[in-house]
Design a protein around this ligand. Structure first.
Ligand code: ADE
Ligand code: ZN
Length: 338
């Protein structure tokens, strides 16, 4: 089977994608010029040369610097639409997208500016490309609880546009329990809770995300597999994990792609999915992640089909839309085999 052409249009949902992490170097430089923002990079090659990370924090420093070029609502619109147009050509039918409003409000760009541009592009992608979406607002875990409460207050004014709340940024030393009260208030306000956990932090952080934050889904969750009892619990409860193999590789969470835990998670019966995280920074979009682990983990086409079905099953669309996504995968496989 020509696996590249099989994956290229395999219907899928992307569930772990930071919109600010889709900022390609070309757009970064163009927006810097448009907005008069000074960057320490003159060329696309300079930007790419900075993408050499030893760990999560190394990346985050470059990521927060890069997003300083996002200033106007149009910038956020252009960024979001460019991502959606790209993955429209990769079989993505549904996208659940993170944004980091505190990283914008901290530098004087309003919550509404960021949200307005992103939601206009999501609406446009729905109309023009038939891509459905959900927006997830992340709290930055390196900032105080107080700042997260302020972001939540903003989100409460835009409940029509924001479906879920997440937790991201530096992990080690910032346990989920720091945000128990914010998440309790967010849940009470009707937001679905998710959190990054077990990317660099220990299995105990995954457990804390489940118990203290009551998350509906764990982002990454790699380190959960270090703990047999926790792995069994995730399998029993079918709590989805949104894994990101190329991200793990580039942030040196794994020494090589063949150490990705995706196959172990599948074998353990977990509801695991494959995603791109910050594709511009990590050298590949969602299909590059599917193809990378296919090769490195010696997966079968059937494994990729299972991952694509999981992506719909683990999403926040309603049950009939989930089934439609799963049926679309089956129909695609049948047509491909003819
Ligand atoms: N923000 C953007 N990408 C992230 C990641 N992989 N982990 C934590 N925070 C992030
Ligand atoms: Zn992430």
């Amino acid at each position: 089977m020509d696996i590249e052409s099989f994956v290229s249009d395999l219907p899928k949902a992307e569930l772990h994608l930071h919109i600010e992490g889709t900022l390609e170097p070309e757009m970064m430089l163009a927006l810097a010029k448009r907005n008069g923002v000074t960057l320490p990079y003159a060329t696309v090659e300079d930007v790419r040369a900075a993408y050499d990370f030893e760990n999560l924090q190394d990346f985050l420093d470059v990521y927060y610097l890069g997003m300083s070029v996002l200033v106007t609502e149009r910038d956020f619109y252009d960024l979001t639409l460019a991502y959606l147009e790209k993955v429209h050509g990769q079989g993505v039918r549904h996208a659940e997208i993170f944004f980091d409003p505190q990283a914008h409000t901290e530098r004087g760009v309003s919550f509404e500016t960021a949200l307005g541009g992103i939601r206009s592009a999501l609406d446009e992608a729905g109309r023009a490309m038939g891509i459905t979406s959900r927006l997830i607002m992340c709290f930055l875990r390196h900032l105080p609880e107080e700042a997260a409460f302020e972001a939540l207050e903003c989100a409460c004014r835009h409940k029509d546009a924001i479906y879920a709340v997440g937790l991201d940024s530096s992990e080690a030393g910032f346990p989920p329990s720091n945000f128990s009260r914010v998440f309790a208030e967010a849940r009470a306000a009707g937001f679905v809770p998710v959190a990054h956990a077990g990317e660099e932090g220990p299995a105990a952080y995954v457990e804390a995300a489940l118990d203290d934050l009551q998350v509906a889904r764990v982002d990454h969750g790699n380190r959960a597999l270090d703990d047999a009892a926790l792995t069994a619990r995730l399998a029993r409860e079918q709590t989805p994990l949104t894994m990101c193999p190329l991200s793990n590789l580039r942030l040196k969470g794994i020494p090589a792609l063949n150490a990705s835990p995706v196959k172990r998670a599948l074998d353990a019966g977990l509801l695991v999915t494959v995603n791109s995280d910050d594709p511009s920074y990590f050298g590949g979009y969602v299909n590059d992640n599917y193809l990378g682990i296919y090769e490195a983990l010696d997966l079968t086409p059937g494994d990729l089909v299972a991952l694509a079905k999981n992506s719909f099953a683990a999403s926040f669309i309603d049950d009939s839309a989930k089934q439609a996504g799963i049926d679309a995968v089956d129909m695609y496989v049948e047509r491909f085999q003819r």
